[in-house]
Write a protein that binds this ligand. Structure first.
Ligand SMILES: N[C@@H](CCC(=O)N[C@@H](CS)C(=O)NCC(=O)O)C(=O)O
Length: 276
C-alpha cells in the first residue's frame, strides 16, 4: 500500500469501519450473546460492538500489522511487543541513513518525520508508547498489561508515561543537544550535561522502584513497560552512569533482555550481541 493511500485511509478510519470489514468467518468464531446475530455488523440495528469492546480485537486480528522502523530506534519497544504477542507483522525499513523519515511520502503517515509508525489495516499511528498501548489492548490474551480499570493498570500507565514522557525525552536531548542549543558547542555541552543529570535522576527513581517492588515494573508480572525500559536502556548505554550500573535495573535488563521475543525483535532489526 502506498503512503498516499495510507494517509487517506487514516482520515477515513473509524470504529465502524472495522466492524464493516469483519469477515463472516470472524463472526462465526464469536461465542456468546452475539453469535446468533445475522448479517454483517454494519446491518445490526444498534452498535453492539460498543458494549463489547473485545469484539474489535477479534475482528482486527485479521489485519497484518506493519511496523515502519530503523534498527534500534523507537520502534524497538513496539517490535518486542509484536514478537511477544506472536501475531503476524511486517517490518518496513525507513532508510534513516538517507533521511527517508523526512521524505514527502513518509511524512504522509508520520507528519513529525519520526520513527516508528504502525499501520494496522486502515489505522495509521505514530508515537512508540501509543503504539505499545494499542497493541496490548488489541491482544489482551498476551497479558502484557493489567486489566483496564484496576490499580495495576493505573501503575502501568504511570510507568509507561514516565518512560516516554520523562526519560525518553531527556535521552533525546542528551543525544541531540544541538537541536536545542544550535551551533554553539559550549551551549550544547551544557544542555547535554543537564539532560544526562536529569535522565540519571529518573533512572535512580526507576531503580529504587524496582528494588522495592521488582524485579519487574509490576512485580513479577512481565508487562510492556519492561520492554520499553530495555529500548531506552540500549540508547543510554554511553551515559557516564549507564542504566545497567544500577543493580535493580541491571536485574530487569538481564531478565527481559534474555527473552526470546526480545532477542528476535532486535535480531530482525539486524542488532546482534549485547542489547543493553
Ligand atoms: N516521541 C516519538 C519519538 C520518535 C523519535 O524521535 N524517533 C527517532 C528515532 S529513535 C527519529 O525518528 N529520529 C529521526 C529524526 O528526528 O529525524 C516516539 O516515541 O515515537
Amino acid at each position: 500500500m502506498s503512503y498516499d493511500r495510507l494517509a487517506n485511509a487514516e482520515h477515513g478510519a473509524s470504529h465502524r469501519f472495522f466492524c464493516i470489514r469483519a469477515s463472516s468467518t470472524a463472526l462465526a468464531n464469536i461465542d456468546g450473546p452475539l453469535a446468533d446475530i445475522d448479517g454483517p455488523p454494519s446491518l445490526w440495528p444498534i452498535d453492539v460492538t460498543s458494549n463489547f469492546p473485545f469484539m474489535d480485537a477479534q475482528f482486527r486480528r485479521h489485519t497484518m500489522y506493519q511496523l515502519h522502523y530503523f534498527p534500534s530506534n523507537a520502534n524497538a519497544a513496539p517490535h518486542m511487543v509484536l514478537e511477544e504477542i506472536g501475531h503476524e507483522y511486517e517490518l518496513v525499513l525507513v532508510d534513516r541513513a538517507n533521511n527517508t523519515q523526512k521524505s514527502e511520502h513518509y511524512l504522509k503517515i508520520n507528519p513529525n518525520g519520526r520513527i516508528p509508525t504502525l499501520v494496522d489495516g486502515e489505522l495509521v499511528m505514530f508515537e512508540a508508547a501509543a503504539i505499545v498501548l494499542h497493541l496490548v489492548d488489541q491482544h489482551p490474551e498476551a497479558g502484557l498489561a493489567p486489566k483496564v480499570g484496576t490499580p495495576e493498570r493505573a501503575k502501568f500507565y504511570q510507568w509507561i508515561t514516565f518512560l516516554t514522557n520523562s526519560l525518553q525525552e531527556e535521552l533525546m536531548i542528551w543525544q541531540y543537544p544541538d537541536r536545542l542549543a544550535g551551533a554553539d558547542a559550549a551551549a550544547s555541552e551544557i544542555v547535554r550535561n543537564g539532560a544526562e543529570k536529569r535522565a540519571g535522576a529518573y533512572l535512580d527513581v526507576i531503580d529504587r522502584h524496582l528494588k522495592a517492588n521488582g524485579p519487574l515494573f509490576l512485580g513479577d508480572k512481565l508487562s510492556a513497560v519492561d520492554f520499553y525500559l530495555v529500548m531506552l536502556s540500549r540508547w543510554a548505554r554511553p551515559m557516564s552512569t549507564p542504566p545497567r550500573s544500577r543493580p535493580s535495573i541491571a536485574r530487569l535488563l538481564d531478565m527481559v533482555g534474555a527473552l526470546p521475543a526480545v532477542r528476535r525483535a532486535y535480531e530482525r532489526e539486524g542488532v546482534t550481541g549485547e542489547i543493553c
